[in-house]
Design a protein. Structure first.
Length: 67
């Protein structure tokens, strides 16, 4: 918990739904809680809870802050 992650934007992954250099990851977000079935609850960087549904861990990747 507390790790920064990006969410895969699966709605735009199909061919023709995005441009060649479009970024297909949303975020970063902070992991607020993890359930035993790989369900992640996220919050935004300013500390507010996201309005999105719980996210499966397969749709996340670590975000490394460049600073």
């Amino acid at each position: 918990m507390g790790n920064k992650v990006l969410i895969w934007d699966s709605r735009r992954e199909d061919k023709g739904e995005h441009g060649k250099f479009d970024f297909l990851w949303k975020g970063p977000y902070i992991i607020q809680a993890i359930q035993d079935n790989n369900t992640n609850f996220l919050k935004s960087l300013d500390g507010t809870n996201t309005e999105e549904d719980p996210i499966n861990g397969k749709m996340l990747k670590h975000y490394f802050d460049p600073f």
